[in-house]
Ligand binder design. Structure first.
Ligand SMILES: *Cc1c(COP(=O)(O)O)cnc(C)c1O
Length: 382
């Protein structure tokens, strides 16, 4: 079976892990800081806070976004009855459950059927004075137009006197670029990456936030460790916890795996892109199949390759019989029982594509014969 997802192991992973084990510092330690410095250098943003997984990163990001953040530990509390978060229903559940975990009110924005990302026109219509935050996902690694989003926020701020915070779920977007700039490093929004084993940059479990300024960075560092500043003098019991935090910090073994994978991640992203370009050419015009849109001003990380297939059950059966793993990966979040209390707006864009979405293997592990077999299987019909 050709797998849909696969974990990469960097070249010197074992040596790096052995070094950490020999020091005995397998929890906190300098390797995590080394990893953070390397990540910051890659993204051009020094405000990088690693965490123990991407979901923790989202919980922390929504905590940061949902409060006014005076910085002195007396952040204004949330008002669940009033504060709302606009988000996409087409994502892995982790994205939206982080909103609920923070006691914020979810409000669904429609999906652009061409890209499978959040529909910015619908977003612009739905921003209200109650909008505290906006969550976007760069699905499959295809960048949301952040420049257009900034214009929408400018208009909202002019109209309502408040600028909603943007949380970017960059779980798929390591290596994605928009108009030449890396996604997740713009220093404007709170960006959250997942380093789950199968993501482009894997640490086993892990994740990070990139933050817009020093103040939110310092706060994120405290909140990921119970609210405690680890640099404070705790030997003498001489420290204060201005606000409670979580146990979300990254350990040294994960950071070692991440540092090793960082050495080869560019090659893997390039291989995903080459495979995607191959499919773009081979699969254009196949009856019953629609590809996702691509604009020349942005480059997807191509972590996934979603297609829209008529009669999806037959398509999936055909691929399975040919030894090719395919999956929907996610289903629309807005119809889950867990959000039965969330208002149920019309989402015609999502309705138009949801039952056709399926992901085909595109990763670095495919041989040329594999990807030709995948394209030929699809071209032969289902
Ligand atoms: C993987 C993923 C997450 C969660 O990341 P973890 O590191 O597994 O917690 C969040 N959002 C999206 C879109 C993902 O694909």
């Amino acid at each position: 079976m050709i797998p849909l997802l696969k974990a990469a192991i960097g070249p010197d992973t074992l040596e790096r892990i052995a070094d950490v084990l020999r020091t005995g510092m397998i929890g906190h330690g300098p390797v995590v800081e080394e990893f953070e410095a390397a990540l910051g250098a890659r993204l051009g943003n020094p405000y990088v806070a690693t965490v123990n997984n991407g979901t923790s990163g989202l919980h922390l990001a929504l905590r940061l976004a949902g409060t006014s953040g005076t910085g002195d530990g007396r952040e204004a509390g949330l008002d669940a009855a009033r504060d709302e978060v606009l988000s996409t229903p087409l994502t892995f559940e982790a994205t939206n459950w982080a909103v609920l975990a923070n006691g914020l009110r979810l409000r669904w924005v429609d999906v652009d059927p061409a890209t499978l990302n959040l529909d910015l026109d619908d977003l612009a219509k739905k921003i209200s004075p109650a909008t505290r935050a906006i969550v976007i996902v760069h699905w499959a690694g295809y960048p949301v137009d952040l420049d257009r989003l900034r214009e929408i926020l400018d208009a909202a701020e002019a109209a309502h006197g408040y600028r909603p915070v943007v949380v970017e779920d960059c779980a798929h977007a390591w290596g994605s670029t928009l108009r030449g700039r890396p996604v997740g490093g713009d220093g404007e929004n709170i960006c959250v990456f997942s380093f789950h084993a199968t993501k482009h940059l894997g640490t086993g479990c892990g994740g990070m936030l990139t933050l817009p300024d020093e103040r939110s960075y310092e706060r994120a560092r405290r909140l990921r460790f119970f609210g405690i500043d680890r640099r404070a003098d705790r030997v003498n019991g001489n420290y204060d916890v201005p606000e409670w935090g979580y146990n979300f910090y990254m350990d040294q073994i994960s950071a070692s795996i991440g540092l090793a994978n960082l050495e080869t991640v560019d090659e893997r992203v390039e291989q995903h892109r080459r495979n995607a370009a191959f499919y773009d050419a081979e699969l254009a015009g196949v009856p019953g199949l629609e590809l996702t849109a691509r604009e020349p001003d942005r480059e997807s990380s191509c972590w996934l390759y979603p297609v829209k297939a008529e009669d999806r059950p037959s398509f999936m059966r055909k691929m399975n019989d040919a030894g090719i793993m395919v999956s929907m990966l996610v289903r629309r979040n807005d119809t889950h029982g867990a959000v039965r209390d969330v208002a149920d707006p019309a989402l015609p864009g999502l309705d138009a594509v949801h039952d056709r979405i399926v992901h085909i293997p595109v990763g670095w592990w495919l041989s040329e014969a594999d990807r030709a077999h995948i394209a030929d299987t699809i071209k032969s019909g289902w």
